[in-house]
Design a protein around this ligand. Structure first.
Ligand code: SAH
Length: 469
């Protein structure tokens, strides 16, 4: 599948600076499900076109995907191997855009900032966009954003005119827009027309929608259609996204509040993070682990510690959030550091679904993640980790709820973070950990991390699980 973005007008070739992609050298990017290529079919000061070509590997797709045999609770299907994914503009293209053009999407352009903030004469061609016979919807979605829309449709098969029109079209949109807005529009709107999203739909998707569409979606006449299709008609999520879109202004105020967090509290949080990571690294050394996977690795705080230690020869990080993984790769400087590319593997996955890539490491770390899982998914998580992955060691940390009264910023009955679904007391954590250890053949040792209060214990609790021989 192919996306081309063409800029016409004075100094059109400068678009390559905004895209952060060298026009004189085609580049290849490895993504979990295939490869993406960026090249420039046309390059002049009057007109420059950049192309993003996605080459999907259907075999990779079959691994760990919903509907595939690697997916917990789902039977395997022919869909794994026979499908339209390699050819159409689908959410895979969206993921490729966010991965390959991430800086351009953010609008940061260093010395070209003025150009990045300017409206440019841009045209994007999206090939093979699935839209059933719903082409009028393409106009209703793209025109209010200021685009001229052109749709090329085809026969399903010229040899069999009775089969009628194909459900795929080539879409051209043209307008005076900032490059970052064009990319965000395409990023969000391709999955709106492609009904099969390939990755897990959850709260993270709501965040993504709001981050990339908050400003232009609020007043869009097709807001309902876009939001519900993007979130695949999962009503609780759609409602949640709506509530947040409506509450956009309040949210901005809240963010300002967050910035007012007293320096002292920020510093305490930093110290606690450092202590936690120090304790995890010490526990890993005690276990003599040589290979480690950090699941729910976030932006790679632990990974950055691990890569510095010779003992850890093989390191992986997994997270359900693609954005977090991108930040982790950036902070680790993975693309610039050859030996790290060999040593560290980052991939997107969820802890609540079986994934063969979790296997084969001496130790699995689950650091401040379990409290983000819905209680109804805890059983799936236990089976994935203790029964299916079954490493020799598991190191798991989670907040100690009893300690929350020490934090003035947490109101009574609230959790430390909006996204926490629960927080355990020491007793609750112990009884859960002992129950799973017994069930799956592990022993567990507990410790506390952070300043310790005699009555309340410390802020973080840690369990080190060891597989019985
Ligand atoms: N371990 C990191 C990040 C903790 S924040 C650290 O200590 O800094 C929690 C992380 O868990 C987030 O990055 C979130 O995206 C991830 N997460 C939430 N649910 C998950 C799931 N089901 N599978 C994998 N990761 C998940």
């Amino acid at each position: 599948m192919l996306l081309t973005i063409t800029c016409t007008g004075e100094n059109a070739s400068a678009i390559s600076f905004l895209l952060y992609k060298n026009p004189y050298r085609p580049q290849k990017f490895e993504l979990g499900y295939g490869s993406a290529y960026v090249f420039y079919p046309e390059l002049s000061d009057k007109k420059t076109a950049a192309a993003l070509l996605l080459d999907i590997n259907p075999v990779n797709l079959a691994r760990g995907k919903e509907g595939s045999s690697n997916f917990v609770c789902a039977p395997s299907g022919l869909f794994d191997y026979v499908n339209d994914r390699p050819y159409v503009s689908s959410s895979f293209m969206s993921v490729a855009i966010s991965s390959v053009f991430r800086t351009a999407m953010s609008g940061r352009a260093d010395e070209y900032q003025q150009l990045s903030d300017s409206l440019l004469n841009l045209e994007a061609v999206i090939t093979m966009l699935p839209c059933r016979s719903d082409t009028a919807m393409l106009n209703r979605v793209f025109e209010p954003l200021g685009y001229e829309v052109k749709i090329d449709s085809f026969n399903s098969d010229d040899n069999f005119p009775d089969w009628g029109e194909s459900k795929y079209v080539n879409l051209t949109i043209k307008g005076n827009v900032r490059l970052r807005d064009l990319l965000k529009h395409i990023y969000i709107l391709i999955p709106v027309f492609d009904k099969q999203k390939h990755y897990w739909i959850g709260k993270d998707e709501v965040d993504k929608l709001l981050r990339n569409a908050g400003d232009w979606l609020t007043n869009h006449p097709e807001k309902t259609f876009i939001t519900s299709r993007y979130l695949k008609r999962l009503n609780p999520l759609v409602n949640q996204a709506f509530e947040q879109l409506v509450a956009c202004d309040t949210q901005k105020e809240d963010n300002q509040e967050e910035d007012k967090t007293p320096q002292e509290i920020k510093e305490k949080r930093l110290t606690l993070n450092a202590q936690r990571l120090g304790s995890v690294v010490a526990a890993l050394k005690n276990c003599n682990a040589r290979s480690v996977i950090d699941i729910g690795c976030g932006e790679g705080n632990l990974l950055r510690f691990l890569v510095r230690e010779k003992q850890f020869e093989n390191i992986a990080g997994a997270d359900v959030s693609f954005l977090a993984l991108e930040r982790a790769a950036e902070k680790l400087k993975l693309s610039e550091t050859e030996y790290l590319k060999e040593k560290v593997n980052l991939f997107q996955s969820s802890l609540t679904y079986k994934d063969a890539r979790f296997k084969g490491y001496d130790a699995v770390c689950i650091i401040e993640v379990i409290e983000h899982l819905d209680l109804s998914r805890l059983n799936a998580f236990e089976r994935v980790l203790f029964e299916f992955t079954k490493p020799r060691f598991i190191i798991l940390t989670t907040p100690n709820r009893e300690y929350n009264v020490k934090y003035e910023y947490i109101s009574e009955g609230k959790f430390r973070h909006n996204d926490h679904r629960f927080e355990w007391t020491r007793e609750e954590f112990r009884s859960w950990a002992e129950k799973v250890s017994l069930k799956y053949g592990y022993t567990v040792k507990f410790s506390e991390i952070g300043e310790k209060d005699e009555v309340l214990g410390a802020s973080t609790q840690m369990g080190v699980f060891t597989l019985c021989a």
